[in-house]
Design a protein around this ligand. Structure first.
Ligand SMILES: Nc1ncnc2c1ncn2[C@@H]1O[C@H](COP(=O)(O)OP(=O)(O)OP(=O)(O)O)[C@@H](O)[C@H]1O
Length: 216
């Protein structure tokens, strides 16, 4: 099961409410776009969902969470770190196993990054770094994706290619997106956040971009 049903989600900073309280039920197979203006609470909501569903999800955080000193291979492999023993992970740090090298390379190939396999993450562009974080999430091999603006640094064709890949690789997803057209095209449910509360929750095929723009 990759869906979830969470209630009582709320967050405050410095005593000031920034999110909730709100409930969110996501059924298996739903591709949810979280939309809303900057500061509405989308990242906070993704973080709270991740805290609750934890290891049973693949996360692409807004700051990507890459280890700059490590090559792309190891950053992607990290998606499965908690699924292997300590000795396996230690050996992989020194000399990765052939099967893992092949699997990571295949995935990077799909993301146009195969030639960067052994390049340190520090040497990559913003868009390449974003694709490494996406590869790490796919490599984790969970059916629920939680992603915070995963294609914000990608150009148009590449953003479409990655959104299509994410739609195909994950049964269920919750993705914060500022691009309303991508949200409507690749997600089947739109949840609009305003001042930390759900202001809109509709299937994508009942909405146009102008319906969503009222949140901005
Ligand atoms: N660590 C923090 N300390 C204090 N306030 C915070 C912190 N993180 C978020 N906030 C506040 O919480 C509110 C929601 O922020 P959040 O990052 O969830 O919004 P968002 O919709 O994801 O915005 P964006 O689209 O710009 O990423 C904002 O008012 C923000 O200033």
């Amino acid at each position: 099961m990759s869906g979830f049903d969470l209630s009582g989600l709320k967050a405050s900073f410095g005593g000031e409410r920034v999110l909730g309280p709100l409930s969110l039920r996501v059924r298996e197979g739903e591709k949810v776009a979280l939309v809303g203006k900057s500061g509405a609470g989308k990242s906070t909501l993704i973080r709270l969902i991740h805290e609750q569903v934890g290891r049973n999800s693949s996360l692409v955080p807004q700051d990507l969470g890459l280890v700059n000193a490590l090559p792309v291979f190891h950053n992607v492999f990290m998606g499965q770190l908690d699924k292997h023993s300590t000795w396996y992970n230690t050996l992989t740090l020194i000399r990765p196993f052939a099967a893992d090298r092949a699997a990571v390379k295949d995935l990077l190939n799909d993301l146009g990054l195969a030639e960067k396999l052994w390049i340190p993450a520090a040497s990559l562009s913003g868009g390449q770094r974003q694709r490494v974080a996406i590869a790490r999430a796919i490599y984790r091999n969970e059916s629920l994706l939680l992603a915070d603006e995963p294609v914000s640094a990608l150009d148009g064709p590449r953003a479409h290619q990655v959104m299509s890949l994410l739609r195909d690789r994950f049964a269920t997803s919750v993705i914060a997106l500022h691009d309303v057209e991508l949200a409507l095209q690749y997600c089947n449910r739109i949840v609009g956040i305003q001042d930390g509360l759900v202001e809109l929750d509709e299937p994508s095929d009942r909405l146009s971009s102008s319906d969503i723009m009222s949140l901005y």
